[in-house]
Write a protein that binds this ligand. Structure first.
Ligand code: ADE
Length: 228
């Protein structure tokens, strides 16, 4: 069982994404648990303030250290975390090998940033890992957290029916997945490659490997000489 606590100022945004399809199945099978924690509960004063103007001036608010500190300490008093991850565009870019590694954990916390970001002291003293989902800026870390949980959740053993199916995803082995087809075998004069209809498992496997390599060479040649 992997348990993920997501700390956010927008808990409503995170209600539905984990209630469908593969992530719901993971939850129903008790392989994945996602808890949403409302950071505003730890906000300061009667307005439950969580952000303030930045020192030195400049546009945009910054998430304050104190509510985040209190939230993390409260959560840590109940559980031990393998990683406390801050989602941020300047973090390490997520890829399949990072998702694989994270799926081996038991308990992780995700902190979603907002506005101009969080007070640097949170990053210096409380965060153990920083992850970006790509070189673009989102309005908040929540959508990135959904992507991260999805990429990890589907890797947990037993979540996918066919155990081998996560292994045949794109990016495992640094290859894109080969093309796939389903019925009908002929549509509009467009045909399914004959080998796939042959029933010859070894030949089909050989064709798929070749097609995966060709597709990777054509679309993502960078993957073929990358380490991860
Ligand atoms: N927050 C804002 N943009 C992000 C990104 N690209 N990845 C992760 N968290 C983010």
């Amino acid at each position: 069982m992997l348990s993920i606590d997501v700390v956010t100022v927008l808990p409503e945004l995170l209600k539905s994404p984990f209630e469908h399809s593969i992530l719901k199945r993971a939850k129903d099978k008790k392989l994945l648990e996602v808890n949403i924690i409302d950071l505003r509960q730890f906000g300061l004063g009667k307005n439950r303030q969580v952000d303030d103007y930045q020192y030195g001036g400049g546009a945009g608010m910054v998430m304050m250290v104190e509510p985040i500190f209190n939230c993390i300490k409260e959560l840590q008093s109940k559980s031990e975390y393998d990683e406390i991850i801050y989602l941020t565009p300047d973090g390490d870019t997520l890829n399949q090998s990072k998702a694989n590694a994270l799926s081996l954990n038991k308990k992780i916390m995700l902190l979603c940033g907002h506005y101009k970001g969080i007070d640097q002291r949170v990053r210096d003293h409380l965060i153990t890992m920083e992850i970006s989902i790509g070189d673009y800026v989102l309005s908040g870390g929540e959508t990135a957290a959904i992507v991260l949980v999805d990429s990890i959740g589907r890797l947990l053993p037993g979540v996918l029916n066919d155990e081998s199916s996560a292994l045949s995803d794109s990016f495992q082995d640094n290859l894109l997945a080969p093309p796939v087809y389903t019925r009908p075998a002929q549509f509009n004069g467009w045909e399914v490659p004959e080998i796939l209809l042959s029933g010859h498992d070894a030949k089909i496997e050989e064709w798929r490997t070749k097609a995966a390599i060709e597709r990777t060479e054509k679309l993502r040649p960078d993957l073929l000489d990358s380490e991860s």
